[in-house]
Design a protein around this ligand. Sequence first.
Ligand code: 5GP
Ligand code: ZN
Length: 118
Amino acid sequence: MSCLFCQIINKEIPTDIIYEDDEFVVFKDIKPKAPVHFLIVPRKHIISINHLKFQDKELIGKLFLIAQKIAKKQKVAKKGYKLIFNVGKGGGQVIDHLHLHLLAGWRTNEERDVHGMP
Ligand code: 5GP
Ligand code: ZN
């Protein structure tokens, strides 16, 4: 049986895919760790950053350009966002199919000050 993300990519598991092209698929994380949380996933089944090959250098470059595009589309680019790869079990990786987390949507310190909130 193929991995969970391969099943999502192959549309064997219905998922709200917000972007796809011939090399990448982007969808919302099922258990978001931020107000905005997307997973940017190459169609190619690479287990993790540890398993990248030299010939994957173009793919991994494009992955960041997709992240930039999604951040703009989701209107979080200006305010800012985090990009995270969990690598291996010790790095918190649960799904063994390389994916980049895009997290955003928190209030900034300045916004907190304006509202007098902690
Ligand atoms: P990891 O810990 O491997 O870096 O991240 C895997 C992420 O995939 C987690 O944040 C988890 O919530 C998310 N996830 C796990 N299963 C599913 C699923 O079936 N659908 C979606 N959309 N996200 C999932
Ligand atoms: Zn896979």
